[in-house]
Design a protein around this ligand. Structure first.
Ligand code: PEP
Length: 249
């Protein structure tokens, strides 16, 4: 297991939270932080990308968006394409977050198209997958995650290591319930096997865990052989918590 070959990441997902005043303090705290162990990103609501671009300045924090259009340009009211994100300094975009699958009806085929468009526009997609509680209770967790990954097969084959994945069990997001390090590790190992089937290079892609990660549980999760850091929701809104999680890498 060559964990040292893989980029370790902690990426914050602010979801639909923030204001100019609140963000200013958060960006300032993040920009001042130095992490020697891994990469750090923050995915902010689209209107705050300019503020993030300025606030993070020359810091080591990578700016990201929470979604991206599957299209390059044109008549897609309300959508934002990868080249626009790039103009505002964003080089990461979440795709297929479970809240978008749930509330916006995004399918895995659309998620794969968004990931493809992101990459084509110079933005690294963070492809989110994860099962529901009923999937887990009925023994269908791996089947669900495999089905979510399947439409990305061609993209993985072509891109290999240039993608980031996030395993986020839906039952652990914002609920305070965390997958045990053993449950998370087992699914990460499964995801790594799946993506490696599509492309041997993808074996070294980063796979992050997300779902109620906190300063108190981050270290044990991140120390698992197939877990390459975390995608952090609620705790990314509190600078001291987020930076403690970064330091757990
Ligand atoms: C998320 O929204 O990606 C997430 C993991 O949320 P939380 O950390 O709040 O569970």
């Amino acid at each position: 297991m060559r964990k040292d070959r893989r980029h370790q990441w902690v990426i914050g997902n602010w979801k639909m939270n923030g204001s100019l005043a609140v963000n200013a303090a958060l960006f300032e705290a993040l920009a001042a932080h130095r992490s020697s162990r891994g990469r750090v990103g923050v995915c902010v609501p689209t209107p705050y990308l300019t503020q993030g671009q300025r606030g993070l300045g020359a810091s080591e924090i990578v700016l990201g968006a929470q979604d991206v259009s599957a299209h390059v340009d044109g008549a897609y009211t309300g959508q934002v394409c990868a080249s626009m994100l790039r103009e505002f300094g964003a080089t990461l975009a979440l795709v297929g977050h479970s809240e978008r699958r749930q509330y916006n009806g995004e399918t895995s085929i659309e998620v794969a198209a968004k990931a493809r468009a992101a990459l084509a526009g110079g933005v690294t997609p963070v492809i989110c997958v994860g099962e529901t509680l009923s999937d887990r209770e009925t023994g269908a967790a791996e089947k669900t995650v495999a089905a979510q990954l399947a439409p990305c097969a061609e993209l993985i084959r072509v891109t290999g290591v240039g993608l980031i994945f996030a395993y986020e069990p839906v039952w652990a997001i914002g609920t305070g319930k965390t997958a045990s390090p053993q449950q998370a590790e087992a699914m990460h190992a499964f995801i790594r096997d799946e993506i490696t089937r599509f492309s041997p290079d993808a074996r070294d892609a980063s796979i992050l865990y997300g779902g109620s990660v906190k300063p108190g549980n981050a270290r044990e999760l991140f120390s698992q052989p197939n877990i390459d850091g975390g995608l952090i929701g609620g705790a990314s809104l509190i600078a001291s918590d987020f930076l403690a999680i970064v330091d757990a890498l």
